[in-house]
Design a protein around this ligand. Sequence first.
Ligand code: SF4
Ligand code: MSK
Length: 678
Amino acid sequence: MTSEDVKKKDKAKKAADPRDLTVDVATQDMIARSRDMEIETIFDRAQTMKPCNIGVQGTCCKNCAQGPCRLPLPKSGIEGEDTRKGLCGATAETIAARNFARMVAAGAAAHSDHGRGVAETFLAAARKETEDYKIRDTKKLLEVAPDFGVEIFVEGENGEQVDRDIDEIALEVAEKALAQWGQQEGEICTLKRAPEPRYELWKKLGVVPRGIDREIVEIMHRTHIGVDQDYENLTEQCTRAALADGWGGSMIATDLQDILFGCPYPLKSSANLGILKEDHVNIIIHGHEPLLSEMIVQAAELPEMVEMAKSKGAKGIQLGGICCTANEILMRHGVPLAGNFLQQELAIVTGAVEAMVVDVQCIMENIANVADCFHTKIITTNPRAKIASGHTTHIEFDEHTAFADAKRIVQEAIDNFPNREKDVMIPNQKSELIAGFSYEAINYHLGGTFRGSYTPLNDNIINGRIRGIGGVVGCNNARTLHDDGHLTVVKELIKNDVIVLTTGCNAITCGKAGLLTPESAAVYCGPGLAEVCETVGIPPVLHMGSCVDNSRILMAATEVVKAGGLGNDISDLPAAGSAPEWMSEKAISIGHYFVTSGVYTVFGVTLPVGGAPVFENYLYNELEEIYGGMWDMVADPYEHARKMIAHIDKKRKALGIDKARERVLLDMADRQKLEDAA
Ligand code: SF4
Ligand code: MSK
């Protein structure tokens, strides 16, 4: 490093007080520690490297070797005709739309390849090729089978209807599910789960996806030089691929994971780096797929493993999750959340982590460098995701030998416990939470086992106690104050009686901030939502799972439509979507399937379309005419939430239920006055 580099770094370090980088105290403490130890993290790099001004506008094209062609907006804006062109003549609109489409393709590919992996494991389980995975949730299997066109009854000897063999059903579901990826024509069968008017609209528009892989590949073809040069036509293909993700690959992943590992129901746990234990072997599980982590949970509970840990001087084994693997094993086993995306390097900085086991997605390459400063082992497990650093260990995970692989990994961690070489410093912060609100669990909580229904939720929306529904999801982004966007948006929504459904890293932020408890309703919610939460015993923010589990939000919205009284389609609902701190391409795919499912969806931080005003206007305004939902970008989190609330109010008005809310709030205020006077 030159002396100039050193000076630049020092300046950046001074410029960025940890409190200016994150609102999470545990994260602040660990950033400070990393700096004391001269360990560079993403928080430092975000100070020294600024994003490219043309890239953030979405108007840099490198789709052929004549480029990159860079088309920034002129400082004075565009007066008259926009004459900006790449070498081939591609306009700023074409370039931004192609870049956007490639993000949708990458995001849909990531979710759907995850789904494919689950479907392959499911098939192995159904064929009984593995002892380690079993069909656990037969109720859910029987519920989803008809959607795949699989019969669950057969004709008996006397012509009567009898239950079909469960193994036969599982095998046929596995084969039909896996076929959705390679299918070349027809329709992805799970699209029909959407409310009928929505499905009919997609059909009319010709955007029902034919097969998951096909729609993704077609985006890559269309965005090659000299193919699709019409931003509307490109967006139409984005819709096919995004719907193939949300209502296809992601939804099938969620279904099959539930059948293999159990459908989540509410359970207690805790969140933040304070869940690590100094006197335990700490294993962090990080990434997205539950296939391996489910096995690690089982392996770590084996008495022989606990004994082995004790023989090395530890009191036991502590598991903790980061990113969406965390959400998966939290929802089904109550394994605590260690942190979200921007905390992955910092978990290692505690000095207490024996192993960080990673699979796919959102794993920062720099964890290998940080781990190098400690005894921590980085163990990669997926053939799709290796880290080139010589300091990582690769233990390949195979569904046929899954449990044995998991035991090997846990053993590696245990063996590493005596190698701790630096002082351990674990932040005190951790919060209690309740997670595991699958849409089935919401049904149960609202209506009870025998009369499970979304009707009580609809009634409370109609009578105005609940103003509407906010789906708040997505990542952290080092370009914005860590966790602040998430918390500002969510707190503003619940303060205004909007119930929040959450997944991904937003869910982890909410857990750390204590928003996933029923008790938080009395502190943070408006009077209407607080009353509902207290009566039903639910938190105002419902943790629905990982990134692929955004499909659960789609299904919850569908159930609300079906329960009646709030219109005929998702676009009629007083609801809005949000990703306040998004950063991944997966978020763009999620955003686009929310929008084209009829949801007004606001992104924070930035959206790389600002350099193409015509395409931007198409996404932010014109899509509403077509789908009843549209994109928006509002960087300021408070304004972001206010725009969601304004949209919810617009929908309440259209449904004719705006007055009901005024009456309810008046009643409550009057009641409060009476109570105060008593
Ligand atoms: Fe430039 Fe066109 Fe090549 Fe893109 S495809 S880099 S705009 S010449
Ligand atoms: S992990 S995609 S940072 S939510 Fe799903 Fe978090 Fe975003 Fe990764």
